[in-house]
Design a protein around this ligand. Structure first.
Ligand code: ZN
Length: 505
């Protein structure tokens, strides 16, 4: 078969959208032919891998696993960063792509061809050349290592998994007056804070974040990227296989910037002339040497996608900030003595009115507002004592301020939405939705100076999610069965930019 034919077949299968079908292909009636082809593929694959391992673009890159995470060190020109990423994380990308693409198609009712077209026609032309080169490199590194048939537009669509399904598609459905359009809501990822001055134990900055998402995706959000680009600052961040931004987001750079965010609940809006959020977020972390520079990059071509309340710190000055980045409005608060927290609520009256018209800040039983009350309690109780150790405990907190009891549910900082029939309507998460806090990270000024952070895979409280028991009890989520896995918590683990595994030189 020619590569073109293979590609068309592979894409048709992707468009149907199920890993099951892919797996099932091997047991079809053409079994013997298939086995012969598999043997040949395996021979080609090992030859390909041997050849690729000598590729000069891999120079200096390495990866290893620790504490349930995959640490990956990338260095060099944009195309090399990408090639290393695609090559070293090939198996993780091949595992994550079917899960993420299935989720995008399931929620929007759009096929994969649609997402590829958006990537090619709407997103790609807006990307800076260096990020186009990096994304192209990811596809090339992946293809060099495996028989993957994904190309650069698949990778771009993957990078936009936060902004296209829940921001662009609802905007497009309105534009096109789509009848019976699916109920798409901006996600409500995360609980986070940043503190400084009299609030912290040593007067310096402490920043912490846990990522809330579906367990299907969250269990794969297990990469620690150490990126040493030829241009811009060095980056240490958590991230997702195949994606160039942290995306959940938690990262530090070598010029002292400390960055995280929580997503703005019930955000509505999209600017088709803007630049993709995933690129702006990556660029701001790579080139932002101050709170002002960070904000300037995020505002340049703001497309409204994946709109967040950014929590920022600059360890050079001890100053922290909150950038509430709406599309029609935005606001920056900053201080050298204070704390900013986030749990998916907007606070600026203009942003609330113009960008999140449906969000009710007074509905105290909703997840964002219940967690907002808890952050206020916890941070005030611990004023002057906050350090990275305490931050880890806060990320694991299970106090439900609405019911005034300790319970692992959707209203606590360490969320477990699957435990109740309430769901989170604001994010279109149904009853018993398998989602919540999927991992946590924290650091402080001293650690950031040394390019270090601590991270825990799985629920920050250490609780495990077990997929088969969940699916047996909740067959309404059986469509996730091919992708949903156990999410067992790992230990809090320290990562250090440039660190090599114990057994390496
Ligand atoms: Zn928990």
């Amino acid at each position: 078969m020619s590569d073109v034919v293979r590609k068309v077949i592979a894409l048709s299968i992707l468009i149907i959208g199920a890993g099951v079908i892919w797996a099932g292909r091997r047991t079809t009636s053409a079994g013997e032919d298939q086995a012969a082809k598999d043997d040949m593929d395996a021979t080609i694959a090992s030859a390909r891998e041997r050849a690729a391992a000598n590729d000069a673009r891999l120079k200096g890159a390495y990866s290893y696993q620790r504490g349930g995470w995959v640490f990956v060190h990338l260095e060099g020109e944009p195309s090399s960063l990408g090639f290393q990423h695609g090559y070293l994380l090939a198996s993780e990308i091949e595992d994550a792509f079917p899960a993420v693409s299935a989720d995008m198609m399931h929620d929007t009712g759009r096929d994969w061809a649609f997402f590829r077209e958006v990537a090619r026609d709407k997103l790609w032309p807006k990307l800076d050349p260096e990020y186009q080169q990096e994304l192209q490199g990811i596809a090339e590194g992946l293809n060099a290592r495996t028989s993957s048939l994904l190309d650069v537009y698949d990778i771009v669509a993957l990078n936009a998994f936060e902004e296209v399904p829940d921001y662009y598609v609802p905007w497009l459905n309105k534009q096109e007056k789509v009848k019976n359009a699916p109920n798409l809501k901006a996600p409500g990822n995360c609980s986070a804070f940043v503190a400084t001055g009299s609030w912290t134990k040593d007067g310096q900055i402490v920043i912490a974040h846990n990522n809330w998402t579906s367990y299907m995706k969250g269990e794969r959000w297990r990469i620690i990227f150490d990126i040493q680009p030829t241009q811009g600052y060095r980056i240490l961040m958590d991230g997702f296989p195949g994606v160039i931004a942290s995306d959940d987001d938690f990262g530090i750079n070598s010029d002292g910037l400390m960055v995280t965010e929580t997503t703005i609940t019930q955000f509505e809006g999209w600017n088709p002339d803007g630049k993709p959020e995933f690129m702006r977020a990556r660029k701001a972390l790579q080139y932002g040497g101050s709170i002002d520079e960070y904000m300037r990059i995020m505002l340049d071509g703001n497309n409204g996608g994946y709109a967040n309340d950014w929590l920022l710190g600059d360890r050079k000055t001890g100053e922290i900030a909150q950038l509430e980045l709406g599309l029609k409005a935005y606001k920056l608060w900053r201080t050298k003595d204070g704390v900013f927290s986030g749990s998916n609520w907007a606070r600026d009256p203009k942003v609330l009115k113009l960008d999140t018209p449906e969000f009710d800040p007074n509905k105290l039983d909703s997840s964002p507002n219940a967690r907002r009350v808890r952050w206020d309690e916890l941070l005030n109780e611990n004023r002057g004592k906050i350090d990275v150790g305490l931050a880890q405990q806060m990320l694991a907190d299970h106090v439900d301020t609405y019911e005034k009891k300790t319970e692992a549910d959707e209203r606590v900082l360490c969320g477990h939405t699957e435990t109740t029939n309430r769901g989170v309507a604001e994010w279109a998460w149904g009853p018993y939705y398998p989602g919540g806090a999927v991992q946590g990270k924290a650091t402080d000024s001293n650690m950031a100076k040394d390019m270090r952070l601590v991270a825990r895979m799985g629920h920050p409280c250490g609780g495990d999610f077990l997929a088969s028991a969940f699916l047996a009890a909740h067959p309404e989520y059986s469509w996730e069965q091919p992708y949903l896995r156990d999410m067992k918590a790992g230990p809090w683990t320290t990562f250090h930019a440039g660190e090599k595994p114990a057994h390496a030189n």
